[in-house]
Design a protein around this ligand. Structure first.
Ligand code: NAD
Length: 255
């Protein structure tokens, strides 16, 4: 229907903080039940408490999205708790790393970033897509970034991971066309969350990148989550919440 996000049974990864937590709260507000999964048990539990305090129904579970086995377990947990497959899956979990040039970035860091940011979303799509397709309705939201089409220096692994999420989402949307399952990819710019702790590209670089690409006083996570779920209701593929990013997006003829 046109209001897929109303009373949706949803799964959110990385729901213990920032944008993921905001998605969980917004889904709860729309009358849905939400499984709040995170690699950090304590944070996931806090989100459940917040959703519950706001009158929503939520359940916390630990899931490291870089593990296919753990994402498969997450699907089973969801099936048990809902008594059915979810209507909405938000592949949100991600980490930020940066600060080094390509030639200086240790391979271990490349693997870490790609394992969570790209493989995490691949796992989510691999595990949940057949279930939604079988149900014949539902929505998948993948969280990429403006970094998918930007080129901030000293953040190569992150940029590559997000470009991968974008390509994956476009492919999935094409494959699911006509099945009743929609795909939406979110490309936020600067949102003040805990992720910034991992990104040590230096204030000066951040500023320079910011001048070109983003506005760090970007919208708060709650507003991003609302905008995105409204876009899901409209069956929209891309969500680029800030105008600066949208201009770049348009210049690449993606809108
Ligand atoms: P955040 O750090 O506040 O929250 C991320 C959550 O993901 C944390 O609770 C963390 O514990 C969890 N997490 C980390 N690794 C995980 C793993 N392996 N498995 C499961 N959970 C894991 O960050 P955020 O800003 O809310 O980021 C959410 C998503 O938004 C990320 O994919 C990020 O790349 C993307 N994004 C953020 C911004 C921004 O400016 N904040 C911009 C563009 C895109």
């Amino acid at each position: 229907g046109s209001r897929r996000t109303q009373q949706a049974d949803a799964v959110v990864t990385g729901a213990g903080s920032g944008i993921g937590r905001a998605f969980a709260l917004e889904i709860g507000k729309r009358g849905g039940r939400v499984i709040c999964s995170d690699i950090d048990a304590e944070r996931a539990r806090e989100t459940v408490e917040l959703v519950s305090a706001a009158g929503g129904k939520a359940f916390d579970t630990v899931c490291d999205v870089s593990s296919l086995a753990e994402v498969a377990t997450l699907a089973h947990t969801a099936e048990e708790w809902f008594g059915k497959n979810p209507d909405l899956v938000v592949n949100n979990a991600g980490i930020g790393r940066g600060g080094t040039l390509i030639g200086e970035t240790p391979p271990a860091e490349w693997h870490q970033v790609l394992d969570v940011n790209l493989w995490g979303v691949i796992h989510g799509c691999h595990v949940f897509t057949p279930r939604l397709r079988e149900a014949g309705h539902g929505a998948i939201v993948n969280v990429a970034s403006a970094a998918a089409f930007g080129s901030a220096p000293r953040m190569a692994a992150y940029n590559v991971s997000k470009a991968g999420v974008l390509a994956l989402s476009e492919t999935l949307a094409a494959e699911l066309s006509g099945t009743g399952v929609t795909v939406t990819v979110l490309c936020p710019t600067g949102v003040r969350t805990n992720i910034l702790e991992g990104v040590s590209i230096g204030d000066e670089n951040l500023q320079r990148w910011g001048d070109r690409l983003i506005r760090w006083t970007g919208r708060p996570p709650g507003s991003i989550a609302r905008t995105t779920l409204d876009a899901v209701d409209r069956g929209q593929l891309y969500v680029v919440p800030q105008l600066e990013a949208k201009a770049i997006w348009q210049s690449k003829r993606l809108l």
